[in-house]
Design a protein. Sequence first.
Length: 346
Amino acid sequence: MSSEPSSEPEFRPHRVVVLALDGLLPFELGIPHRIFGRPKDERDRHLYEVVTCSIRPPGPVRTDADFAIQVEHGPEALATADTVVIPASYELGPVFEAGRLTDELAAALAHIRPGTRLASICTGVYVLAAAGYLDGRPATTHWAEAEHFQRMFPKIKVDADVLFIDDGDVLTSAGVAAGIDLCLHMVRRDHGTAIANEVARRMVVPPHRDGGQAQYIHRPVPDPQLSTTTAARAWALGRLHEPIQLRDMAEQEAMSVRTFTRRFREEVGVSAGQWLTQQRVERARHLLESTDLSVDRVARDAGFGAAQSMRQHLQAALGVTPTAYRRTFRAATVGSECHDRVGSMR
């Protein structure tokens, strides 16, 4: 007795290929594996497959530490990638010094298919730039290398004051921890806030730091015995649905508006107004994913007041309307919640 052919499309995880170059930083090499290796769907299937490759046949790759790593895949793996991630390396040679690829590296990158999503962590951006992927586009890197990077690649619009930049099919990040932010952002973009937040909880890291947040604090971190803005932020998070003025937040810390404004930027890296908008966007995303509330109600509960205001802020932050965002992520979130409930009953 023949069985009916299944109408369900074949499941295939999104393949992330991480390019390991000599002189790589082990911490940054591990970021994509740690983040993309965690997410699963409602059937307990991994949403991503992560593979590491070298520009040479399988073998050892030097790190900046006192050990090498054994890489099991050669450059041909790049041809199978849906996303390619290039972590930082301290041995980029002519890529860093002259802005040009070695023949070996160019041959490896030639395996990448058109339309593949590309991402770099820290100085991995030099590889993307030397390959011509960033001409005329915005990009970032570690603040300490930004000036050199801009001189080397004048056609690129370098922004040294952000954690990461999402330019659609090419994403770049600043150093070290910003690579975590970038990879979590890609998971959030692919599968929604709920799944990205679960990955962040497992890693014990903040679930979201906006890409526009400053890379580093120009002034020294305040003495913990001095007044900070922590209480004001907690107070604001508890009433995002209400109008919140800067003076209201300053009063929670018994500071003048001027002092509070300066202290807030020192501690958080953005202005209080920018931070409030970021938190409201996050609240709106959560409500759009996890509830059936109308767009008008979500706008009110997130503190935007009117749907038009929320639509403008989501469009600016995410490039989509509230309705399109919900259509993309609502089903995946519901499936994940159902899976969690079933798992808790076992």
